[in-house]
Write a new protein. Structure first.
Length: 206
């Protein structure tokens, strides 16, 4: 069984899949401040309601950012703990890629997220030979620079980032579904637990 979860933007999603990719169950929590307290209990609840034991898990797939510093750390820490306890591998995926796979288009696929620090996380992709590839690496840029790159094409963002794009017509919102996390792992996956931090943490030592 494959367990997926995403805590990198706002709230979290958890999914349980058969080895061949069929979804068994999922849980969503939209509270942006709940993952520290509720992620692991909800994973336990999802497995129990699906009559699946932890020992039946064979792989964990989780997002590694960019996104919320706290959410990324919570997700990767949970993945590391489960991996160590169950002796199973962890696959980590780019959060922006999970949003890109939620939208199928032959045009360039732009993804942008509000960093909540005055700029946006941005990355673009395109489909080439039926494969989704990066055309720009993930970076933090100004909103104006992102809009120049997007032009008249469509940009995907998460609902929590919509206020920064208010009034812009070619913005669509998608939540990160568990199947998006799993699909992204088949395209561009890593096997480390290093968070994908694009910009430095705002906290400073006195």
């Amino acid at each position: 069984m494959i367990l997926t979860f995403d805590c990198s933007i706002s709230g979290y999603s958890i999914g349980l899949f058969q080895p061949h990719g069929e979804k068994i169950a999922e849980i969503f929590n939209d509270d942006p401040f709940s993952h520290t307290e509720h992620l692991v209990p909800d994973i336990q609840s999802l497995l129990q309601s699906s009559a699946v034991n932890f020992s039946e898990l064979t792989q964990i797939v989780t997002t590694k950012g960019p996104g919320s510093f706290t959410g990324i750390r919570v997700g990767l820490a949970a993945a590391a703990g489960l991996s160590a306890a169950l002796s199973i591998p962890v696959v980590t995926v780019n959060t922006l890629l999970t949003l890109a796979v939620s939208h199928h288009s032959e045009m360039p696929i732009h993804v942008a997220l509000d960093t909540k620090c005055g700029d946006v996380y941005y990355q673009s992709f395109q489909i080439k030979d039926k494969q989704l590839i990066s055309t720009f690496q993930a970076e933090a840029i100004t909103l104006n620079d992102a809009l120049k790159r997007i032009g008249n094409t469509t940009c995907i963002t998460h609902p929590s980032s919509l206020p920064i794009f208010s009034g812009i017509k070619n913005i669509i919102t998608n939540k990160i579904q568990p199947e998006h996390v799993l699909s992204a792992s088949h395209l561009q996956a890593t096997h480390d637990l290093h968070p994908l931090y694009i910009r430095p943490v705002n906290a400073k030592h006195p």
